[in-house]
Write a protein that binds this ligand. Structure first.
Ligand code: SF4
Ligand code: SF4
Ligand code: SF4
Length: 573
């Protein structure tokens, strides 16, 4: 341990700790725009590029960047002297001198870390006028937008994309005034290997990286009297959207959400969790078939489009391994455009299918050519949790005061298994609950597979199913997925079933979720919220969902059967 004084207060921290992290122990907040330490999620950005975090170290002439200066025995640090505050204000003014001043109409307004710091430092005039960098906005993708003029070169996105996700879609070009972060050869995003996981959006302090918005398209559909507008909501949304209304992370607002969506004018409000139960039915069928025949193992889950893009681009030879199941979003969308439209007597071209997702990649997934049924896209527009919160506020709906309402039927009923899809390990746990009972014919009394829960990047477990040991693994974050895939390539993997989610922690930490100051703690609370819902559900196994059983009886036939295969599965190209 190293002992030092920060603002005259003694503190003891392990060797190697930075001054900035040591100050946190004393609740001394040192501002920064580039530093980010999400150690439990594998993300630490220490490039020290913004220099806002400078402090005085007794005995040193120059101010030191606290995020990149390790503590040493006997150090005396001052974080709030006149010199420090003056330097920070000047640095901030210099950053602002090359930043657009259109905060009022910026997608990140009120959520922007640069805007917040400018406010905290009382900056209300533009001190330095002069030349500015000029770059075109990259609108090439349907999911992710790059606005390089808003970039402050903090490099968080690069660390996230290259070191955590190991996708290597972003890199820095140029020096000084010309510096820019962009895909290889400064090509548009659609021509890059970006998988649209949206994790760079989550960590970008400004609006240089944002999701593509579909709020106005959604309003246009709602206010079109000729359209039947149907919405579905993903599991991870219900434990996060409350944060946008001043509630703590993990607060469960399922019923209030259903009520709020109805007030907005949607004609039917469905639960993607129903689609998650449907996914389990189809995926469990595939898992059992492959395990029984001992072929094409391990089987990899397929409900995360960011992850599916990753394996397509980086490990194409393994593309025979993922399950062919569509994601819960797409399964629900397909059922809306086929079964539901037919049941209600609607013309499919009059039905608009909207989904509310924690995810940026789902925006991309919805536009894939093989996600069409009945001649139209299964999902027409995808809005994120953040976008939905804005829309609710626009119509004066405060979720804190909404009554507790149910989702609509026939696609409103769900189980605890479907709900935990939003957390890393949840998809596998849900599948195991069904696989076990289907393979053994016995009732699974304890449905909690706790070994696959948690935030550790890779987790493994073994389950005895009818005398056959089924080895399973869970990875969240694409860097962790890469480790598992490399094992498979080397032939050293012992796994039968593997769940992979692109976002560290799973969908609760998706790129479309509310921005948060303490990400690790927030993610833990959101996950805890999902497991709380699961524990409280009367039905916790997908194959016991009465509405799903009826859907097979009335419309789909058998899990894995011809019609189910035609509507609920894809082939990868
Ligand atoms: S969305 Fe994911 S893959 Fe694409 S640039 Fe951002 S972090 Fe990289
Ligand atoms: S795009 Fe955002 S995260 Fe990346 S360097 Fe620029 S400001 Fe930082
Ligand atoms: S983990 Fe969830 S939120 Fe993240 S890319 Fe995958 S599906 Fe989207």
């Amino acid at each position: 341990m190293v002992n030092l004084l920060i603002d005259k207060q003694p503190v003891s921290v392990p060797e190697g700790t930075t001054i900035l992290d040591a100050a946190k122990k004393l609740n001394v907040r040192i501002p920064s725009l580039c530093y980010l330490n999400l150690e439990e999620l594998n993300m630490v950005n220490k490039v020290a590029s913004c220099r806002i975090c400078v402090v005085e170290v007794e005995g040193r002439r120059n101010l030191a960047p606290s995020c990149a200066t390790p503590v040493s025995e006997g150090m005396k640090i001052t974080t709030n002297s006149r010199r420090v505050l003056f330097a920070r204000r000047r640095l901030l003014q210099l950053i602002l001198s090359n930043h657009p001043f259109n905060c009022l109409i910026c997608a990140k307004s009120t959520d922007c870390e640069l805007q917040r710091l400018a406010w905290e430092f009382g900056i209300n005039t533009q001190r330095y006028e002069g030349e500015r960098s000029s770059h075109a906005i990259d609108k090439s993708s349907s999911a992710l937008k790059r606005d390089p003029e808003k970039c402050i070169m903090c490099r968080r996105c690069e660390t996230m994309c290259n070191e955590v996700q190991t996708v290597h879609a972003l890199t820095a070009f140029g020096r000084g005034f010309d510096a820019i972060v962009a895909p290889a050869e400064m090509k548009p995003l659609v021509e890059s290997n970006c998988v649209y996981c949206g994790q760079c959006v989550s960590v970008c302090p400004t609006a240089a990286l944002t999701g593509v918005g579909y709020i106005q398209d959604t309003w246009a559909a709602i206010f079109n009297p000729a359209k039947k507008v149907v919405v579905q909501v993903a599991p991870a949304v219900r434990v996060a959207i409350g944060e946008e209304f001043g509630m703590p992370a993990g607060q469960i607002v399922t019923g209030q959400l259903a009520a709020g969506l109805r007030r907005m004018g949607f004609d039917a409000v469905f639960d993607t969790t129903f689609g998650a139960d449907l996914t389990v039915m189809e995926e469990a069928h595939e898992i059992i078939e492959r395990i029984t025949k001992n072929e094409k193992l391990p089987i990899l889950t397929s409900c995360c489009p960011g992850w599916i893009n990753f394996i397509k681009y980086h490990f194409p030879k393994l593309m025979y391994m993922p399950s062919s199941c569509k994601s819960p979003q797409q399964m629900t969308g397909t059922m809306i455009k086929t079964f539901y439209a037919q049941k209600m007597g609607y013309k499919v071209e009059d039905v608009v299918s909207i989904s509310v997702m924690p995810c940026i990649a789902k925006k991309y997934e919805a536009g894939l050519p093989d996600h069409q049924s009945n001649g139209t896209y299964d999902v027409d527009f995808v809005i994120t949790t953040r976008e939905l919160a804005k829309m609710l506020k626009e119509v004066g709906v405060d979720l804190r005061y909404m009554p507790n309402e149910e989702f609509d039927n026939p696609m409103g009923e769900s189980t605890g298994a479907g709900v935990i899809f939003g957390a890393t390990g949840g998809v596998l746990e849900a599948a195991l609950r069904t696989v076990y009972e289907e393979m053994t014919g016995q009732i699974l009394e304890n449905v909690d597979f706790t070994a696959v829960r948690g935030l550790e990047g890779v987790r493994e477990a073994s389950v005895d199913v009818n005398g056959r040991t089924v080895n399973v693994a869970v990875a969240s974050g694409l860097g962790n997925a890469r480790k598992i895939l490399e094992k498979i390539e080397r032939g050293t993997s012992k796994y039968d079933v593997i769940e992979i989610m692109a976002c560290p922690g799973g969908c609760v930490n998706g790129g479309g979720q509310p921005y948060c100051a303490d990400r690790v703690e927030t993610v833990k609370q959101r996950i805890a919220g999902l497991y709380e819902i699961d524990r409280g559900q009367e039905v916790r196994k997908s194959h016991k969902n009465i509405s799903v059983i009826k859907l097979y009886e009335e419309f789909l036939g058998k899990p894995g059967g011809h019609k189910a295969h035609e509507l609920l599965h894809v082939s990868y190209t």
